[in-house]
Design a protein around this ligand. Structure first.
Ligand code: GAL
Length: 438
């Protein structure tokens, strides 16, 4: 957390990222880059539901189908990565990455309670092997927002059973191919709900979210339908932290010996003015989960922007600031503040497991990458144990309730033919990755 003079910082950030350099200067700047620790992970991330397509047994698929819904469009076939993962990994390798972050879909692996699909487990095992074949370390997410539909209809993490059910799922997955996983997170952003509930628009859509959950419950013949994204965290956080711990134990007890942690949704909380509440915001949004990460092996930092906090709470994005397609402030240095806070409170090594920007203008993605990596460099220079930078996302994909409009990808995907086209920003990030220098 930092207290800032808003005008000055915003102007400085704008200058740093908006600069146009001559090719000679770019060459000089590249030369000036310094080596990173050996084994530093460079990669891009995806999540099953957002790229695979046809994840029909998941809670989110149902949310997309019911009326009313918060989703602007259904995920449908997404990027068809369920079938095209080899092509995606070829691209990741050719960019110059040494890892690939992806998720397994619980809804495919356990489509009905207690019924495990060997075919789905085989599929993900093939993905793990396909990573290794290309020299990509597989970075696995056990649960990336989605749960099986039956699990949500049972009450999800609001009910005590969820802890053992999640641990059993972790055990099955680990038994199948844990000996070949490089790094894994139990949950992706289990704290994202705090961010969602604090945006001003949430108040307007809260009733719609409840109506969507009721419709999903009715469609499932249940009186409930839980979601960690659309439910008050007071109802599920204790169980979910217990599930993380039980999942961690289950994974550690299985084959393989790889670091296991949890990834968190983090903005850089910056206080504005006397009596600002930035420290309180940090405690509320992060500390319970950073403590849980502290009892695991690492913390995954996932940062897209900063959050300005005044004496009475969050402030709007400054009117003069550039905004991304998500409406976030374009603010690449944010990742630095998040890394510092996560490292300090958890006491564990940090991997940046997501960082990126939604934009149609790939030059702005390039500027964003440069700005963010400069902060990673500073963190390393300050002795913080940062061990990887994984960009969100490899592909333009299904951005949850926003549908396919926001473009986070280093690679675009034709919505009809699924043809992938590598963007210049991918090659730009690849230069850092190939040289392992910032
Ligand atoms: C994260 C999430 C990703 C992706 C990204 C971009 O919160 O883990 O799945 O959607 O944001 O908004």
């Amino acid at each position: 957390m930092a207290t800032i003079d808003l005008t000055r910082r915003t102007m400085l950030a704008g200058t740093a990222v908006g600069l146009t350099l001559s090719p000679g200067l770019v060459r000089a700047a590249t030369k000036a880059r310094r080596a990173l620790p050996k084994g530093f992970l460079w990669g891009a991330a995806t999540a099953g539901h957002q790229v695979e397509g046809d994840n029909i047994n998941s809670d989110t698929w149902l949310f997309e189908q019911v009326k009313p819904t918060l989703f602007s469009e259904p995920s449908g076939s997404a990027c068809d990565s369920y079938h095209r993962y080899g092509e995606d990994m070829d691209i990741a390798r050719n960019i110059g990455f040494n890892c690939y972050r992806f998720g397994v879909e619980w809804a495919r692996i356990e489509p009905a309670r207690g019924e495990f699909s060997n075919a789905a487990l085989d599929h993900y095992e093939r993905m793990i092997d396909a990573c290794h074949k290309r020299g990509l370390a597989p970075v696995l997410t056990y649960s990336h927002f989605t749960t099986p539909r039956w699990f949500a209809a049972m009450g999800g993490f609001e009910v005590g059973d969820s802890v053992d059910l999640f641990a059993r799922f972790c055990e099955r997955v680990t038994n199948a191919f844990g000996d070949r996983i490089a790094l894994a997170a139990t949950f992706n952003e289990p704290n994202v709900v705090y961010h969602i509930r604090s945006i001003p628009e949430f108040k307007m859509v809260a009733a719609l979210a409840e109506a969507m959950k009721s419709a999903a419950a009715r469609a499932s013949g249940s009186d409930r339908f839980s979601s960690t994204v659309f439910t008050d965290p007071a109802l599920f956080e204790t169980n979910m932290i217990a599930a993380h711990k039980a999942g961690y134990q289950a994974i550690k007890a299985g084959p393989g010996d790889f670091p296991v942690g949890v990834t968190l949704a983090m903005t850089d909380e910056q206080g504005v003015g006397a009596g600002h509440l930035a420290a309180q915001m940090e405690r509320e949004r992060y500390d319970a989960w950073l403590k849980a990460a502290g009892e695991s092996d690492f913390v995954g930092v996932q940062t897209y922007t900063r959050n300005l906090v005044g004496p009475s709470g969050n402030l709007p994005v400054p009117a003069a600031s550039e905004k991304t397609q998500m409406g976030y402030e374009f603010y690449p240095p944010a990742v630095g503040g998040a890394i510092r806070y996560a490292a300090r409170v958890s006491g564990k090594p940090v991997y940046v497991t997501e960082n990126g920007v939604a934009t149609e203008d790939d030059n702005r993605r390039i500027a964003y990458i440069d700005g963010a990596l400069a902060e990673v460099r500073k963190c390393l220079d300050d002795g913080i144990d940062v061990r990887g930078y994984i960009h969100w996302s490899l592909l333009d994909n299904f951005e949850w309730n926003f549908g396919y409009r926001p473009k986070f990808g280093l690679v675009s995907v034709d919505r009809t033919t699924f043809k992938r086209t590598v963007k210049p920003s991918a090659l730009h990030l690849g230069k850092y990755a190939k040289t392992n220098r910032i």
